[in-house]
Each structure stands twice: as structure tokens, then as C-alpha cells.
Design a protein around this ligand. Structure first.
Ligand code: NAP
Ligand code: G4F
Length: 399
């Protein structure tokens, strides 16, 4: 990755559509960048300066600036931050985007209770900075804006399933900041005629999901436990229910939202909801481990009930770990530290509007999502096992 963006090769290519993605280094940003590049877009992204490289998810899309010719690269990165309006305004002025996808956010609900002011600034006021920059630069007729809104807005859900007309009841500093972002997007649309839309997306996951969100925490731990690299998985509320889809299906929808005739707000969901406990069971089933849960609340435990050796050997090759010895072991426990001051118990979306008006439908079912994540994490953890076998220290993260 280069320190300074080399965008000179992009400047004269006027026939292509230009997109700017904030949060390009995140899960959705990386899938969206890949999607738009395949569609022939010139893609600009905003990344933060960090003390370590933070571009792992998009490195495969990026080219050595020394090898670039006008026809070989259509991706440029700019340093920036959602809390810095001058920086955002300058980038938008330079890039003159046809479409802005505002995905940047401190997106972890539990962390938002610890950093509420920062989240209000980055996730809430950050959205205002983008909208106001587009207005000030006279780009209201040219630039379409997608705002990454969230099913967390429904929070303590006032009805089930939740649709575009369900009232909001946010339950975390993250959700409250996103509520401001939602309404300021609607307000700029109504006040200044801007093409600005909210995608109210329910949870979506993938092999590149952040490691501390519950699904990825589970698939990483299930892979490590199956390989004998970890003993136990500690989780919070096992009863919470989420409407989980695949991020690949959801970034396609972000693009579709900006291609419609009218700027509107859209709920994107699968229409199915699953408890955290059942996601855990599905992940372990992938490696042939059947779990049973015993006990209640903080004393609930997940115990290995049986092992399908044929399945285990099918997905895990060359392991020296004797998994059969683990039957009867407790491998999942509840740790109160993962409980939230206010929880969102149940999310279930109604995607009827997107399905009927936009013709959107998802390609991935939940089982396919779990399989995709497990396959990828098993590969990753097998690499760790090789390192361990080779005498290297491997780290465990317990966030
Ligand atoms: P993610 O993986 O956490 O990515 C967030 C991105 O925002 C990262 O690129 C991050 O940069 C960047 N970022 C954070 N703070 C920033 C700041 N102050 N300035 C500039 N960039 C900043 O999130 P995601 O899952 O891709 O979600 C994308 C968006 O959709 C977020 O706004 C999220 O709140 C929203 N959303 C997500 C879901 C979901 O289920 N995934 C559902 C509904 C809505 P670093 O890489 O440097 O950290
Ligand atoms: O995976 P989570 O942390 O995602 P959460 O809170 O639903 O938020 C995600 O989805 C939102 C869309 O609805 C996005 F807006 C947001 O940016 C983010 O992407 O937690 C899911 C559920 C929660 O109820 C949580 O309490 O899982 C429960 N949970 C149980 N044990 C846990 C754990 N969550 C985490 N992160 N870690 C646990 O150990």
C-alpha cells in the first residue's frame, strides 16, 4: 500500500462513473469496492491512518502505484476521517463523485457504550459532514448518497417484523447516533432535493466480518476448538435473536438503492431470525460436533454431545488432535462481561418493499453463510496450526 494516493491516472477518465466509499477498509466497504470495480466504476476510498496497516480486506484490489497505467487501476485511497470536515470536503471536491456510499462508522454496539461521544461525532455528525460538503460544493444534483442505516434503529422493537414504517426505539449510543444520521439524511433530501437514501440493513456477516462481532467470534472459536487450538468459547446473551444475511447480498442492494428513480429509504433483511445459541450449534455442526445446552442464564453451558467422525475428517484433514476425547466437555460458557447495559432482544426484518419494488432477493441462506464463514476460518486456523507445529507462538484473542 502506498502512503500517498496516486490519482493522476484516474483524473482524465471521464466516461466511467465515479464512486466514493467511506469505510472502504471495513467488511461492507471491501465487498462494495469489489462489486463496483467489476461494474466498471472508478472507486475512491477513505482510509484512516493507523499505526499498523489496516487495508487487509482490500489489498487484493489494490495495485502497486508504480505499475499503474490509465487502463489497469481504478481504485484510489485517500487518508481521511469522519470527524474532520475539511478533509472530507476536500476529498469530495477532488473526486467529484457520482455516488457516495457512507459506510464509515464505529460500528460495534457494545463498544459504543464505552465511547459514546466519539460515536456521536463519527457516526452521527460525520454523516452531516458528508451531506453538507456535497451541498456546499454545489454537487446536490450530481452526487447520489447512500447512508448506512441499521436495524439497530428498531432496538426495543415496537412491532415484529420491522419494516420501513416501524417506529424507532434505539437502545445504544451507536443506535442513537445512527438515528441522527438517518434523519439528517432524510432532512437533506427533503430540504435540498438531494438524492440521499437510507438503507436500513439488518445484520449481515461474511468471512471478513470483524472478529469481535458474535458470528465471527463463534466461527473462529468453533474452528480453533475443532483443531485443538482453543478450549472454550465465552459468550454473552445466547437468547438474542438476529436476522442474519450475507454481506455480499447486501452490498449489491446498496448499489441498487442508488440506481432507482426516486430517493427513498429501504429495509434490507432476510425475513428470518435465529438465536445466538442456534448459530453456535450450526457452526459446530459444520465440523461434525453436536452440542447440547444445559442450565439457564449465566449458568448455561454448551457441551459436546456427539461427534460425527466422518464429517470431522471430511472438513479437517491431517489433524493430530483427538477430538473424540472431547465428548462430554463443556466448550461454551456465558460470561456476563458480554452483556450490554440495554440489549436488543429480537430483530426480524420485512424486506417486502425491496423485493417487490427493486426485485432484490438474497442468494445466501443462513446455512450457506455459516458454511462460508466456517470454511474460511478453518483455513485460517489450519495456517495457525502449521505455525504452532513449526514452533511459533500463536495468539488467542478473547474480546
Ligand atoms: P466495519 O467492518 O466495522 O467497518 C467500518 C469502517 O468504517 C472501517 O473501514 C473503519 O475503518 C471505518 N471507520 C470507522 N471510524 C471511522 C472514522 N472516524 N473515520 C473514517 N473511517 C472510519 O463495519 P461494516 O460491517 O462494514 O458496516 C458498514 C456500515 O454499515 C457501518 O456504518 C455500520 O454501522 C453499518 N451497518 C452494518 C451492519 C452489519 O451488520 N454489518 C448492519 C447495518 C448497518 P478501520 O478499518 O480503520 O477501522
Ligand atoms: O454481533 P453483534 O455484536 O451485532 P449487533 O449488536 O447486532 O450489531 C451489528 O448489527 C447491527 C445491525 O442490526 C449493525 F448496525 C452494527 O453495526 C453491527 O454490525 O451482536 C449480536 C447479538 C447481540 O444481541 C449481542 O448481545 O449477539 C449478542 N452476543 C452474545 N454474546 C454477543 C456476544 N455479541 C458479541 N459481539 N460478543 C459476544 O460475545
Amino acid at each position: 500500500m502506498t502512503d500517498k494516493p496516486n490519482t493522476s491516472h484516474l483524473a482524465h477518465n471521464t466516461s466511467k462513473r465515479v464512486a466514493l466509499i467511506t469505510g472502504i477498509t471495513g467488511q461492507d466497504g471491501s465487498y462494495l469496492a469489489e462489486f463496483l470495480l467489476k461494474k466498471g466504476y472508478i472507486v475512491h476510498g477513505i482510509k484512516r491512518r493507523a499505526s499498523l496497516l489496516n487495508t487487509d480486506r482490500i489489498d487484493h484490489l489494490y495495485q502497486d502505484p508504480h505499475d499503474i497505467t490509465p487502463n489497469t487501476s481504478h481504485l484510489a485511497l485517500h487518508y481521511g476521517d469522519m470527524t474532520d470536515s475539511m478533509n472530507l470536503t476536500r476529498i469530495i471536491q477532488e473526486v467529484q463523485p457520482d455516488e457516495i456510499y457512507n459506510l464509515a462508522a464505529m460500528s460495534h454496539v457494545a463498544v459504543s457504550f464505552e465511547t459514546p461521544e466519539y460515536v456521536a461525532n463519527a457516526d452521527g455528525t460525520g454523516t452531516l459532514r458528508i451531506l453538507e460538503a456535497v451541498k456546499l460544493l454545489g454537487l446536490t444534483k450530481k452526487t447520489r448518497i447512500y447512508q448506512a442505516s441499521t436495524s439497530e434503529l428498531f432496538g426495543k422493537a415496537q412491532e415484529t417484523p420491522q419494516s420501513e414504517t416501524t417506529p424507532f426505539y434505539p437502545r445504544s449510543p451507536y443506535a442513537v447516533a445512527k438515528m441522527y444520521a438517518y434523519w439528517i439524511t432524510v432532512n437533506y433530501r427533503e430540504a435540498y432535493g438531494m438524492f440521499a437514501c437510507n438503507g436500513i440493513l439488518f445484520n449481515h456477516e461474511s468471512p471478513v466480518r470483524g472478529e469481535t462481532f458474535v458470528t465471527r467470534k463463534i466461527t473462529r472459536a468453533a474452528s480453533k476448538i475443532a483443531l485443538g487450538l482453543q478450549d472454550k468459547l465465552y459468550l454473552g446473551n445466547l437468547d438474542a435473536k438476529r436476522d442474519w444475511g450475507h454481506a455480499k447480498d447486501y452490498v449489491r442492494m446498496m448499489w441498487m438503492i442508488l440506481q432507482t428513480e426516486n430517493a427513498e429509504d429501504w429495509v434490507i433483511a432476510t425475513g428470518e431470525t435465529t438465536a445466538v445459541r442456534d448459530f453456535v450449534k450450526m457452526a459446530f455442526e459444520y465440523v461434525g460436533i453436536t452440542l447440547r445446552f444445559e442450565g439457564k442464564s449465566v449458568n448455561e453451558k454448551g457441551i459436546i454431545d456427539s461427534i460425527d467422525e466422518k464429517r470431522y475428517n471430511q472438513v479437517i484433514q491431517n489433524s493430530t488432535f483427538n477430538i473424540q476425547n472431547c465428548i462430554g466437555s463443556t466448550i461454551v460458557e456465558v460470561d456476563e462481561r458480554y452483556f450490554r447495559p440495554t440489549e436488543v432482544d429480537l430483530l426480524l426484518g420485512d424486506p417486502t418493499k425491496a423485493e417487490t419494488k427493486l426485485g432484490w432477493s438474497r442468494e445466501y441462506k443462513l446455512e450457506e453463510l455459516v458454511n462460508d464463514m466456517m470454511k474460511s476460518d478453518l483455513k485460517l486456523m489450519t495456517k495457525e496450526q502449521y505455525l504452532k507445529d513449526g514452533g511459533y507462538t500463536i495468539m488467542n484473542y478473547f474480546e
